[in-house]
Design a protein around this ligand. Sequence first.
Ligand code: CS2
Ligand code: MG
Length: 402
Amino acid sequence: MIIESAEVVVTSPDRNFVTLRLTTDDGLVGLGDATLNGRERSVVAYLAEHVAPLLVGRDAHRIEDTWQFLYRGAYWRRGPVTMAAIAAVDVALWDLKAQAAGMPLYQLLGGASRTGLLAYGHASGPSLPSLFESIHQLLEEGYRAIRVQTSVPGLSKVYGVGSSALYEPAGRVPMPVEEDWDSRSYLRHIPGVFEAVRAEFGPSLPLLHDVHHRLTPIEAARLGKELEPYDLFWLEDCTPAEDTSALRLVRQHTTTPLAIGEVFNSVYDYRSLISERLIDYVRSAVTHTGGITHLKRILEYAGQYGIKSGIHGPTDISPVGMAAALHLGLAVHNFGIQEYMKHGALTDSVFSQSFTFTDGLLHPGSAPGLGVGLDLDAAGRFPYQTAYLPINRLKDGTLHDW
Ligand code: CS2
Ligand code: MG
């Protein structure tokens, strides 16, 4: 099964997506997601200029050797752009191998370890009534776990509170939008929000919250401790992820489960977090972490320490990347939960998918390979549009983590 062509397809139905499309000499097509929100064109260049030309003529069955060729052969290792490019190749090759074998991809990863994948959805609202309405809406859609994000009194725009059901943080704007932040206002507000949510929805509904990189270690420790009575499923990105030692302090003060890693891109980012049991969930997406081959290694390592998967699944992970996450999540033993923000109708008109969401559980389906198709004509109708993630500033204008 020789690779005959490697195309980089950029399309922007509801938002920008980058897809690698490999075609083999026996006519199979494999897809890989290479979307890096707000930096899409950097991965396009990496793939088109430095990877695609090297793939033509390679044996598509040699997934591990191709991974090592692209990782060690690049000399300059790791980083979000490199690992997203490698991920796209890796997933496309797994897609091809599973199609050639005539089975869904998860069967090549060890087969199903469960009947379906617990999903969580994003509830948000600028006020408690609107937040409650959002939670009820997700429960009616079948979600069994809910991420809760709200506005903060005194702040005009806060992460995670969208103006529409399809919340997409990267606006189609020529320059990043400036949002405002104040950690003390946030810390004063959030415990009361979860007290009210628990009073309204009861003690057992799994609730998650994303701090989105914004607190100091002692602030995160305080929040984790104050949220303990509300029994969160996890508190996510409570401190900037690259400061891995911060979680040692947080861990000393709270038993609230911690999730981190959506901005990580290799096992090396996780080493101390896993070996010191500083986290409870691995947040990486297949798309940003070198693909199925590498994320499977990370999850197997994490599983030795009782740490589970919590694979990243916002709208900026394409249906291709989402399907890859579901095949991996179905097979690994230490699955935890899968983030699932539904894509829009325009995206679904470009990408056909086989996965299902039934009674709160996701399943990748039984189509050979990933089970995802890319309509090139439809993709061509939605050209790339410049889009950036927001930035955050404190009241005095200091740039803060977004
Ligand atoms: C968020 C993401 O889903 C999450 O947990 O952190 O929405 C994140 O803001 C975006 O993926 C950034 O592109
Ligand atoms: Mg997050």
